[in-house]
Structure formats: C-alpha cells, structure tokens
Design a binder for this molecule. Structure first.
Ligand code: GTP
Ligand code: MG
Ligand code: ZN
Length: 307
C-alpha cells in the first residue's frame, strides 16, 4: 500500500493511505539512511510504501521511501554534524512571526527564507498576535510586512486568538500542503486549531519572565483541513542552521541581491568590500534593506566559522 507519513516520533510513524485511513507503522529493521548527515531517515510528508505485518494486529512496516520533491531542514542542536528534516514534499511554508511575546528577529526570518529559497519553497509570513500591538507596533509591522512582500514573501496579519485574518490564511492554504514553522510560543498550534475542524492541539501559556515559549508541540504532525489541503504543525525552532549552502551561492538566495549579482565586477565577489561590487552601493542607497544585508553578512560569517 502507499501512503504519506503524517506523524513521526522517531520510533514509530503514522501513515495515511489514499482513503484517509491511518496506519501505525515502523521502519523495516536497519533502514539505510541515504544521507549520513541527516538524523531522521523519515519525515512528515514523506511518501512511502508499506505492508501489513501478518503476525501483528494493527501494525505495518514501511519498505520504501519515494525521493523527496523538497524539504525543510534544521541543524540539530549542539553543533553536531547532523541535521534534522522537519518535513518533506511541501507546497509552501507559513512562517509565523510575532513582534512581541516572543519577538522574532530579522536574523531568524532571513535564515528561514534563505533555507526555503534553497529548496524552492514559497513562503508566506504570518504576523500573528496583532491584537497585542499598539499603534506604534502596527506601523512597525506594516513596514516589516512591506519590506518582505516587495521581496516576494507575502504577509498576512492575524490574531489566531481573536479570529482576525483567518479567512485569508484559509484561502492561501487551499489545495496545498503547508508547513507551519516559527519560534516556540508564536501561536502555531493555536492557529492550526482554528483552521482544522475538530482539532484540539495542546497550546500553552508563555511564561511571563522568560518569554521564550515552552516547546509545547514536540513532534511534527500533518492534519487534514479538507480533502485537498493539509497543514503541518511543528515544534518551535530556536535557531535555524543552514545546511549545505556554498558560499558563492548564498547571495543568490536573497532575491534583492540575486538581481544585482551580474553587475558585480568579480564573479566571486563576496559583497563585503570588493571593488566594483554592485550590492554594497545598493545597501548604502537604501535599495537593499540594512537588516537583510546584515543577515547576509552574519550567515556568511557563520558559514566561514563552520569551515
Ligand atoms: N494575544 C494572543 N495570544 C496568542 C495568539 N495566538 C496564540 N496566542 C497565545 O500564545 C501562546 C502560545 O501559543 P501556541 O499555539 O502554544 O504556540 P506554538 O507556536 O504552537 O508553540 P510551540 O508548540 O511551543 O512551538 C498561547 O498562550 C496562546 O494562547 C494571538 O493571536 N494573540
Ligand atoms: Mg505548538
Ligand atoms: Zn558584490
């Protein structure tokens, strides 16, 4: 039988078949990891072949994984060489960000966007908790949202708690498989609870003093919004590492830099202080946002350190 992995705990998997029936599955014996740098052989969204076990009541064994169309990956913690596949075979990613409680940094947003660009996954930025914004916050959010939508990342302002903007989210999710990602505590599960009928995902209060979120969601899971639309809840990510992006490719994952690369004098320009660089003057002229350029430099420096 064929199906899609909708939940993975690392030791067992839940697979949905074509009729929508769910099957608990395990992975056959020592399944070969096709990429030694990855810590999980199978992720939510993977398309698999599985067979019922004759001996057992209600379990099945996964025997084959289809090649992935794309995926979103994060580095495992503690600087191991391993990385973790968050989810595979995505039509788009919804990046949930908040300007307050907790505050999502530009560095985080830009790292996420670079990762998505590298795998050609369109991103919509969901600005959540707008009910908490005062006038000044709203103006600031509008400026942030304008910046990113000009770069090709549309935004939706919403309050999952107060049912604001949810219809817009429903519209862009239609007929797609969407990954929902972002820091812990930004409201991913609260949002998904509102979008998926009859769902009661656990959510939790942000602790007042740390404001960091509690990592309430611990495993990625795919839910059915309707028969053609699926949404994947994921655990909050603190830090997003970049994986396997060559230094000379990095700038091409910033759309506003990508369009200027042909004008740099040197083909291997790093856009730091090389003569004839087309990027640095655009930053100075305000045509490229300083925050975006700073993210570029910071990712470049980090990747330098890793080598
Ligand atoms: N004021 C306000 N609070 C919200 C909104 N959306 C979510 N929250 C609150 O934010 C807290 C965290 O929400 P969750 O949905 O658990 O956050 P999460 O992103 O799933 O967090 P993790 O599972 O830890 O990654 C809860 O107390 C929610 O009630 C919103 O639009 N406005
Ligand atoms: Mg959650
Ligand atoms: Zn340059």
């Amino acid at each position: 039988m064929k199906g899609v992995v909708v939940k993975s705990t690392g030791s067992w998997y839940l697979v949905r078949d074509a009729e929508g029936k769910l099957h608990p599955c395990r992975l056959r014996g020592k399944f070969k990891l096709n990429d030694a740098k990855v810590s999980n052989p199978l992720a939510v969204g993977d398309r698999v072949t599985f067979e019922r076990e004759a001996s057992e009541e209600n379990t099945a064994v996964i025997s084959h994984i289809e090649p992935r169309q794309n995926y979103i990956i994060r580095k495992s913690t503690h600087k191991t060489a391993h990385s973790h596949i968050i989810a595979a075979n995505l039509d788009q990613a919804l990046l949930v960000v908040t300007l307050v409680s907790p505050r999502t940094s530009f560095g985080f947003i830009d790292r996420f966007l670079v990762t998505a660009e590298a795998y050609d996954i369109p991103v919509v930025i969901i600005y959540n908790k707008i009910d908490l914004y005062d006038l000044e916050d709203r103006q600031y959010q509008q400026a942030v949202s304008d910046l990113y939508s000009q770069l090709g990342y549309p935004g939706i302002s919403c309050s999952a708690e107060n049912d604001i903007g949810l219809d817009e989210v429903r519209t862009i999710m239609q007929d797609k498989t969407s990954l929902v990602s972002g820091h812990s505590g930004v409201g991913k599960s609260t949002l998904i609870n509102k979008l998926v009928p009859d769902l009661e995902l656990r959510t939790s209060e942000i602790s007042d003093y740390s404001d960091k979120g509690k990592h309430t969601t611990t495993f990625a899971e795919m839910f059915e919004v309707n028969s053609t639309s699926f949404i994947i809840d994921t655990p909050g990510i603190k830090e997003l590492g970049l994986v396997d992006i060559a230094e000379n490719e990095l700038a091409s994952f910033f759309p506003e830099m990508r369009e200027r690369l042909k004008d740099c004098k040197y083909y291997n320009c790093r856009h730091l202080n090389e003569p004839g660089c087309a990027v640095v003057p655009a930053v100075k002229a305000g045509k490229i946002a300083l925050t975006r350029y700073e993210s570029y430099r910071s990712i470049l420096a980090e990747e330098d350190n890793r080598r």
